[in-house]
Design a protein around this ligand. Structure first.
Ligand SMILES: NC(=O)c1ccc[n+]([C@@H]2O[C@H](COP(=O)([O-])OP(=O)(O)OC[C@H]3O[C@@H](n4cnc5c(N)ncnc54)[C@H](OP(=O)(O)O)[C@@H]3O)[C@@H](O)[C@H]2O)c1
Length: 337
């Protein structure tokens, strides 16, 4: 909801309806409830993007009950700019809502030049959270993640750094991302011994990408942590946007690093078949892809990206239809497995 004050400056006032439809799930055995759908700021929030579009996406998300925004030090481009833009928009619109928000950031990938701006050393992680807090204009984040495992740093060093970040009051909880099952067990053991609230694993998971079913989900269940599924739409592939070619403003047209035209055309037949199943269910393909993840018992939250508020409004309707018949699941598996 947007109201105009006397000085004609647009002031944001969150919708009073915002908690009416969203469902909140407990993250593992922690005290934290996360929205079934969360918003990631990897794309569409950098200095290369339009700040007013980013602003409208954040406002729309919060109005829909999406209380969790996910960032990382290197989101942009350029690196750091998504956090910086978030800080600007937080000060404009969300300052009064900090305690209704659950914010995360991460470090683990390439961020600044030289030997201390990447991977998992204590040196990197502690410098990085300090930088992130400044850019995001926050005193603390709710979750700080190690973004990916580092094969060359002792895991104990990385986990002690996460623990110290919590003890310094810079994060309330910790998480890990892109850790394989065995690495997750080891991290969990260390964090439990350090008595740090380790509440979540952030993993790539979609109808088209099922690697987590190969052991990770079992570990997440056993360690009693939450699972937040990233790139649930396979970056836009699991929508109807590529069915008739590559639209010029789509991610595949703009960003050849993470989603290229070849990948889209290699998957086109699968997408067309999945789209037919979605139509029979009375859903858009994007909605079915989200519903399918929401029907997975160990998924705490589905971490969406969006380039417009309209996409979010369309995607949120997935919450209304999360039941799948045995036949539908068999059909989906025959396409994706
Ligand atoms: N931990 C990690 O290593 C890691 C890695 C990647 C992502 N993540 C997190 O996960 C978040 C989500 O990742 P993602 O952006 O790849 O997620 P995604 O939800 O799979 O893809 C989002 C993109 O799909 C398109 N889209 C969304 N809804 C649509 C609709 N209804 N119709 C048509 N197109 C639609 C938009 O792309 P267009 O621009 O084409 O419109 C949108 O930006 C990130 O922001 C980040 O927080 C984490």
């Amino acid at each position: 909801m947007i109201i105009n004050d006397k000085s004609n400056i647009e002031t944001y006032k969150a919708s009073p309806e915002r908690y009416k439809t969203m469902k909140y799930n407990r993250s593992g055995n922690s005290g934290v409830l996360l929205p079934s759908i969360s918003l990631g700021l990897w794309h569409n929030f950098g200095f290369v993007d339009h700040l007013e579009t980013s602003r409208s996406i954040l406002r729309c998300a919060f109005d829909l009950g999406i209380t969790h925004f996910d960032l990382a030090n290197n989101y942009g481009p350029p690196y750091g700019s998504a956090e910086e833009n978030f800080g600007i928009l937080f000060n404009k619109d969300f300052k009064n809502y900090r305690d209704e928000l659950f914010l995360s950031t991460k470090a683990g990938y390439d961020m600044w030049p030289g030997p201390y701006g990447n991977w998992g050393s204590r040196k990197y992680l502690i410098a990085s959270i300090d930088q992130s807090l400044k850019r995001m204009k926050q005193e603390y984040v709710d979750v700080f993640y190690h973004h990916r495992p580092d094969p060359n740093t002792p895991l104990e060093e990385t986990m002690i750094a996460l623990a110290d970040i919590v003890r310094q009051g810079k994060a309330l909880y910790v998480g890990i991302s892109n850790y394989k099952p065995k690495e997750t067990v080891e991290a969990s053991k260390l964090l439990k011994a350090l008595k740090v609230p380790f509440i979540i694993h952030q993993a790539r998971y979609s109808i088209l990408d099922r690697w987590v079913e190969d052991g990770l989900i079992e570990v997440i269940d056993k360690e009693q942590i939450g699972c937040i599924a990233f790139s649930p739409l396979a970056q836009g592939l699991l929508t109807d946007k590529y069915l008739k070619g590559i639209p010029s403003h789509s991610r595949a047209a703009k960003d050849h690093t993470y989603l290229d035209v070849e990948h889209v055309s290699n998957n086109l037949q699968k997408i067309k078949t999945l789209n037919k199943i979605a139509e029979k269910r009375g859903q858009k393909l994007s909605q079915m892809a989200i519903s399918w993840l929401l029907s997975q018992p160990k998924v705490t939250s589905v971490l969406l990206g969006a380039s417009s508020p309209e996409q979010l409004k369309e995607n949120i309707l997935a919450l209304n239809n999360v039941e799948f018949s045995r036949e539908e699941l068999t059909q989906i598996n025959s396409i994706s497995l």
